[in-house]
Design a protein around this ligand. Structure first.
Ligand SMILES: Cc1cc2nc3c(=O)[nH]c(=O)nc-3n(C[C@H](O)[C@H](O)[C@H](O)COP(=O)(O)OP(=O)(O)OC[C@H]3O[C@@H](n4cnc5c(N)ncnc54)[C@H](O)[C@@H]3O)c2cc1C
Length: 430
């Protein structure tokens, strides 16, 4: 699957290079030509970047949002460096014929400069160190400037770009842009609007689960036709009048039912605080479902689930949903304090009726980088995992919790011999 994506990217870059080679005779050569090739590769990668994040359902299912976001990041930085190379090479190539007047007189040039400024803003705010200091929504809003950058660069490319003149080149580039724009319009905008209107979700009621943790029950129309599975999440927008258009991702905390859905939310900031105060009847916009950690990944046999804090939500939904045999599922549930252990009644039911073995791990962390609580401080991470779930190497293992914790569980799981194809996780970070 991964090779199919790489092949597609390589083929488009190859096509771009072939079109550039074919057009070289008609346009200035030397530095200017290399500068144009850098710009063309940059534009190609920028378009791929947009397609990667267009939430195309079968692409999401094949690769998962984690992987797509990683590729989006790489192609973004590669595209940006090529764009800078284009600017430098073009400047050097035209230095003798006064580049500054070209800025004002050449068609689309000022718009191209504005596009460059928008893309610089996006790249600077995407560097991890800067990004960590920003609020998610500020970062996300600035990130949308990338679309502006792509749009503003278009007149420059088509009016000035000598490589866009042949019919083949025009057909190729217009097709790429149409695919990208069409994917965004259909899958990022059209599909969520359609699903929202079709299912008309509203808040039914909100129940407290534990201190700072609430479950929201939602009802709607034809929910049996909503193609969602246990383990998946939606981006939710609650139309309660305050910052209503801001979306937050939350996983289903129970299996989807024909007439209701449930999410469980930990209050950590403005968005989740609003969720805790929702009233019955509040309309809801949905984007999704997303996520690959569903029963489709289950190979059969025994299952070990490892949850930390609110990361238990998609795992609880899966415990209800997966067809494991009686006594063949273990839930290792890590929390800092005893009162944070939620869903007591449901877990007791699952223990009694489906033989789920519950292993609570409560207390402060053993040491930095470990997934264990202090009482296991004498154990090695992998050794502890083997002792908590003895034949885990042959299980499907599902993990959800903070990134660093989940990474440490993954290391331990690999060390005890769990095959990568049977290790599954949902990330709650961005
Ligand atoms: C796939 C996925 C599934 C999740 N499922 C659950 C769940 O079932 N229950 C639950 O309590 N939490 C879940 N989360 C985490 C939840 O989305 C954040 O805690 C919530 O969005 C915080 O928003 P806030 O405004 O309350 O806090 P803020 O103070 O605005 O944000 C706190 C932190 O939450 C993260 N965050 C904020 N907004 C977003 C966003 N739109 N997208 C991604 N991350 C964001 C950022 O890391 C931020 O630093 C999930 C996250 C992801 C990515």
């Amino acid at each position: 699957m991964r090779s199919a994506a790489r092949l597609t990217a390589a083929l488009t870059l190859l096509a771009v290079t072939a079109l550039w080679t074919a057009g070289r005779d008609e346009a200035p050569g030397g530095l200017a030509a290399w500068g144009r090739l850098a710009a063309l590769w940059s534009a190609d990668l920028l378009i791929l970047q947009v397609v990667l994040m267009a939430r195309i359902p079968w692409v999401e299912r094949a690769y998962g949002q984690d992987t797509l976001a990683r590729w989006h990041r790489w192609t973004g930085f590669a595209s940006f460096h090529l764009l800078l190379a284009h600017v430098v090479l073009a400047f050097l190539a035209y230095a003798e014929t006064q580049p500054w007047p070209r800025l004002a007189t050449e068609p689309g040039m000022l718009l191209a400069l504005a596009a460059l400024a928008a893309l610089i803003l996006v790249v600077v705010t995407s560097v991890r160190r800067t990004r960590r200091r920003m609020r998610y929504e500020s970062w996300h809003l600035l990130h949308l400037y990338a679309y502006l950058g792509v749009g503003l660069a278009l007149p420059h490319e088509f009016l000035l770009g000598t490589d866009f003149r042949t019919p083949a080149a025009r057909a190729f580039w217009w097709s790429l842009y149409a695919i990208a724009a069409g994917s965004v319009l259909v899958f990022r905008l059209g599909l969520p609007v359609w699903r929202t209107l079709r299912h008309r979700l509203t808040v039914d009621h909100v129940d407290p689960e534990a201190p700072g943790l609430v479950s929201v029950y939602l009802s709607g129309r034809r929910l049996d036709r909503l193609p969602v599975r246990a383990g998946q999440f939606f981006v939710w927008r609650f139309l309660d009048g305050r910052g209503a258009l801001r979306g937050n991702p939350f996983s289903l905390s129970g299996p989807p039912r024909g007439d209701s859905l449930r999410i469980t939310v930990k209050v950590v900031g403005d968005g989740s605080e609003r969720v805790a105060a929702l009233r019955r009847g509040t309309r809801v916009l949905i984007e999704g479902p997303y996520g690959r950690m569903t029963a489709a990944t289950y190979a059969g046999g025994s299952v070990t689930m490892l949850a930390c804090g609110v990361g238990v939500t998609p795992l609880l939904a899966l415990l209800w949903d997966l067809p494991y045999g009686h006594g063949r599922a273990t839930l290792v549930y890590r929390t800092r304090h005893p009162h944070e252990v939620a869903f007591g009644r449901e877990l007791a039911w699952l223990a009694e009726h489906r033989g789920v073995r519950l292993v609570p791990l409560v207390g402060p962390r053993a040491e930095a980088g470990s997934w264990l609580p202090a009482e296991y401080a004498d154990y090695d991470d992998a050794e502890a995992l083997r002792s908590l779930s003895p034949d885990i190497a042959g299980h499907d293992v599902y993990v959800c919790g903070p990134d660093a914790w989940a990474a440490s569980v993954f290391r331990a799981a690999r060390a005890v011999g769990v095959r990568p194809a049977r290790l599954h996780r949902e990330r709650f970070g961005w």
